[in-house]
Design a protein around this ligand. Structure first.
Ligand code: NDP
Length: 489
């Protein structure tokens, strides 16, 4: 007879939680339960990577008819129909959610479509009134987007709301300079929305290689995105209301902005909001402008509120993230945590790796720490940024380096007179010639960096890159043909 109802109870049905549950059940015969309060697939599948990438594809068609014309085709462009796209998108998300459910049931995992909290180190309380005991509990509850702490912030959307808009706005202000802000700036611009971006720092995409950040910012501006760095929102209010009621004060210096057909989704507007209309925003640069919508892409917070974790002795960090060791174990031995809720590296494939390592450690008797070194990733701006390893600035702090870098106009768009540039950059250790970092700004850089990532993870040296014959004519051949460093530091 079992001491507990389950060997493993997983809280959260996103990429990490589902993978851990089904591998534990399917490959080790463990009895597994899983609770999900929202939709199976989590942030990545339902309101993140997957719908975002489909929107990237949709947005990339906008310039195609013009480009095709310059290549000699007789084509006429048409308008983008958001309704048609979002119907298909929702159908695809329903299909994927079904796949996730099927994977769980095929592995014999019991699922509970409700919220779960912790009662004691071996018991979860379900919102349907049931309680389940488990030898191990895995918290994989992910994170959620947060708005800044300011008056009327509820007037703005967050990334979750993007996919539920009934219509696209004519104009949008995006606040933030991270992955989500930059990706949606490019996507929405490609779909025909007038995009303004306010970022409070000196350059967007903090943490990435400076040259790469610079080229992305330049490309965004060239495409027509109104990018303001060193700028943040001071106040916001419904543009329809009398300014004397808004508490915004101060002179309105720039009132010539568009107020288009909004069709605002109500999802971004909650407590106390009575208006669907455009939003007036006062910025730190003194301007006051009106936008149909505002999107806060100002970071995410781990979903740990009200789960009973701290009461049991699970340690949380300042941002609310669960603190875990290299094996994803919390301060309470029976409780583990993986994915964004631990705020280590917040990427889907990393959560999946953490889930697999957890199963290996706890259910296969093979203690496996998670390897967070040299994780390739991509920012799906236009052009994309693919990156693995250290940026030049961090590498310089660590050791002496040679920097190999080239920036050029790629054949495909140079042919039709477009100014687009791409960048290929390698950071190389002077001491052992190992490639410490690779940064690519180019169309499909995400695809390229996956492959470069294998060589770099294997410890390839610059000379290994040099020994590799170029594939001609491609953009990526430049990564093996850079002979001399552009600088050493
Ligand atoms: P990020 O943490 O990357 O960026 C948040 C941005 O908001 C930063 O530019 C930050 O500025 C700014 N910000 C924070 N607080 C405020 C504020 N009060 N007022 C104004 N600006 C503010 O978060 P994201 O939401 O973009 O992405 C979250 C995570 O999701 C990423 O770190 C990534 O791990 C993951 N992700 C990955 C993707 C991919 O792999 N392609 C795509 C999307 C998300 P500052 O720089 O000054 O702190």
């Amino acid at each position: 007879m079992r001491e507990f109802d389950y060997d493993l109870f997983v809280i959260g049905g996103g990429s990490g939680g589902v993978r851990a549950a089904r591998v534990a059940a399917g490959e080790t015969g463990a009895k597994v339960g899983l609770a999900e309060e929202s939709r199976y697939g989590g942030t990545c599948v339902i309101r993140g990577c997957v719908p975002k990438k489909l929107m990237v594809f949709a947005s990339e068609f906008s310039g195609l008819s013009e480009d095709a014309g310059l290549y000699g085709w007789d084509v006429t462009g048409g308008a983008f129909d958001w309704g048609r796209f979002s119907t298909r998108l929702n159908g695809e998300l329903d299909r994927l959610e079904g796949v996730y459910r099927k994977l769980l049931s095929a592995s014999g995992v019991d699922t509970f479509d409700c919220r779960a909290t912790l009662k004691d180190p071996h018991t979860v309380s379900l919102a349907n009134g049931e309680e389940k005991t488990a030898k191990h509990i895995l918290v994989a509850t992910g994170g959620r987007p947060v708005r800044p702490d300011m008056n009327n912030a509820d007037l703005g959307m967050v990334s979750d709301d993007i996919f539920h808009q009934e219509t696209l706005p004519k104009s949008i202000l995006i606040v933030g300079g991270g992955y989500i802000a930059c990706e949606f700036a490019c996507i929405l611009h490609g779909l025909g929305v007038e995009v303004t971006l306010y970022y409070r720092g000196a350059q967007i995409l903090r943490g990435f290689d400076e040259e790469a950040r610079g080229l992305i910012a330049e490309s965004m501006r060239e495409r027509g995105i109104d990018l303001h760095i060193g700028t943040n929102i001071v106040e916001m209010d419904c543009a329809g209301s009398d300014d004397s009621d808004t508490g915004m004060g101060g002179p309105i210096q720039d009132t010539g902005e568009t107020v288009g057909d909004s069709g605002m989704s109500h999802r971004g507007r909650q407590s106390g909001d009575t208006s669907d209309g455009p939003i007036r925003v006062k910025a730190t640069n003194g301007s006051s402008r009106v936008f149909d919508r505002v999107l806060f892409a100002t970071g995410r917070r781990p979903n740990t509120d009200g789960m009973g974790l701290e009461e049991l002795g699970v340690k949380l960090g300042r941002g609310g993230q669960i603190e875990v060791d290299a094996y994803s174990q919390t301060a309470v031995p029976s409780i583990y945590a993986i994915g964004d809720v631990t705020d280590r590296v917040n990427l889907t494939p990393v959560a999946i790796r953490e889930g697999m390592a957890f199963v290996e450690t706890v259910f296969k008797g093979n203690p496996t720490p998670v390897d967070h070194a040299l994780i390739p990733s991509a920012v799906f701006t236009q052009p994309e940024l693919g990156t693995v390893g250290m940026n030049e600035e961090d590498a310089r702090e660590q050791e002496e380096i040679d920097v190999y870098c080239t920036s050029f106009r790629p054949m495909q768009t140079a042919f039709i007179g477009k100014p687009d540039r791409v960048l290929m950059k390698l950071i190389v250790s002077k001491a052992n010639r190992k490639v410490l970092g690779c940064h690519i700004v180019a169309p499909n850089a995400g695809e390229m960096i996956q492959l470069a990532g294998i060589a770099i993870k294997m410890g390839a040296t610059k000379e290994d890159f040099d020994r590799t014959v170029a594939v001609h004519p491609t953009m990526s051949e430049e990564i093996v043909t850079m002979r001399n460093p552009v600088r050493s530091a």
